[in-house]
Design a protein around this ligand. Structure first.
Ligand SMILES: Cc1ncc(COP(=O)(O)O)c(C=O)c1O
Length: 402
């Protein structure tokens, strides 16, 4: 008979045993995370056997199911196999990655581009690859977590300024005016508020202080600008913004990311960005899918027009119903609810009514400013937008939100 020894409890796991919040929400039917989608057809997904109108996706142009994107991905899967099984630095670099970089730099109007395996890694790579000990990263307080994480991982000094407070940023840059490397990094479209970075003010500010300016266009590629090239193009400032970061997980309907800028800066990043060097390359099927999606993005501007028409329909409808959508002017539409418990109740009502939205709760926002985040797609029909609005109208009254 084997003897059973008493094993001392691992103190490290005490916090795991004590973590009950998520289980309590699950028991109350108010847990909105990790919901398994069993089928997805563009604007409609199936969850627990029931259809939901997807109002929480970043698939802005509705390209995830486009036949040309699927065909390109399938062909590449068969030609190159299911994975690159190594870093781009070594055995994982494909001609497709380089073709995508060439297409992106031409599309964005930049000299060079570097493709990463996710948008998150693109930001990590940019910040940790470029900013080092003795240098400073200036971050808007609402910048995406990947920028914040990159800044924390770098050995640089990190300075946060209040969201959109460029006078405050100016003062911080002023008080720091020493000859050292500095980079200001902002989201192009802020992912929680849906507002747009004020590049016409940021560009001269960066120049005045000799700082580099980087814009994370994760939510702006395919959305802003006359050709969909993002925030810098939207303001006619492409040659004034030093670095543009983007992701393939939104308008470009896949996964992956990039950093674009001057050739010598990108060349440096290529040899210093650890989140590029020490991870496996983007699979061929994704890369080919992004190439196809980029082609459609460029050749079908009517998709962008439809996205903006749907954005206006939903935003006007919500405002007309009395909801507070904050400063949003883009397809990201936050619907401010208030406290956490009320937000989860409202989310659940909408979900049961057949509308999928994303709740945004602390620590992403302050405790009193919980919200639902709706995102619009080019391929939503007017009927789907109106269906969502009807669900909002019904619950807004019953839950006392409007
Ligand atoms: C502003 C912003 N930057 C970067 C990312 C990271 O991109 P990905 O999800 O493609 O890794 C996201 C994703 O949510 C984002 O919203």
């Amino acid at each position: 008979m084997p003897t059973t020894k008493s094993v001392p409890a691992v103190a490290l796991f005490d916090k795991c045993r004590g973590f009950t919040r998520a289980r309590e929400a699950q028991a109350a039917g108010l847990y909105p995370y990790f919901t398994p989608i069993t089928a997805a057809e563009d604007t409609v997904v199936t969850i627990h056997g029931k259809p939901k109108v997807m109002m929480g996706s970043n698939n802005y142009l509705g390209l995830t199911h486009h036949p040309k994107v699927l065909e390109a991905a399938q062909a590449a899967l068969h030609k190159y196999g299911s994975g690159c099984t190594g870093s781009r630095f070594l055995n994982g670099n494909l001609d497709l990655h380089e073709e995508l970089e060439a297409r992106l730099r031409e599309f964005l109007g930049k000299e060079a581009c570097l493709v990463f395996s996710t948008g998150y890694q693109a930001n990590l790579g940019l910040v940790t690859g470029l900013i080092d000990h003795g240098e400073v990263a200036y971050l808007d307080k609402l910048d995406h977590a990947s920028i914040v994480d990159g800044a924390m991982m770098s050995r640089a000094e990190v300075v946060r300024f209040n969201h959109g407070d460029l006078a405050g940023l100016d003062k911080k840059l002023q008080s720091d005016d020493r000859p050292k490397g500095a980079m200001i990094i902002v989201d192009g479209i802020f992912s929680m508020e849906g507002d747009v970075a004020d590049l016409p003010k940021l560009v001269p500010l960066a120049k005045k202080h000799g700082a580099a300016l980087a814009v994370d266009d994760a939510h702006s590629i395919g959305v802003l600008g006359p050709t969909g090239a993002g925030t810098a193009e939207h303001f006619g400032l492409t040659d004034q913004v030093d670095l543009i970061v983007g992701t393939f997980s939104k308008s470009l309907a896949s996964i992956g990311g990039f950093v674009a800028g001057d050739e010598y800066v990108i060349h440096y990043l290529k040899h210093h960005a650890r989140p590029l060097i020490f991870t496996a390359a983007l699979p061929a099927s994704n890369t080919a899918g992004v190439l196809a999606a980029l082609e459609i993005l460029r050749s079908e501007p009517e998709r962008r027009a439809a996205l903006w028409a749907n954005t206006k329909r939903l935003a006007d409808g919500l405002k007309g119903l009395g909801f507070d959508i904050g400063p949003s002017t883009t397809p990201i539409i936050p619907i401010l609810i208030g406290p956490l418990d009320k937000t989860l109740v409202v989310w659940r009502h909408l979900f049961d009514a057949g509308v999928f939205t994303n709740p945004v709760v602390p620590p992403a926002v302050p405790p009193s400013q919980c919200r639902l985040r709706a995102s619009v797609m080019a391929t939503h029909t007017a009927e789907q937008v109106d269906f969502a609005l009807e669900a909002f109208a019904a619950l807004g009254k019953s839950a006392g939100v409007i």
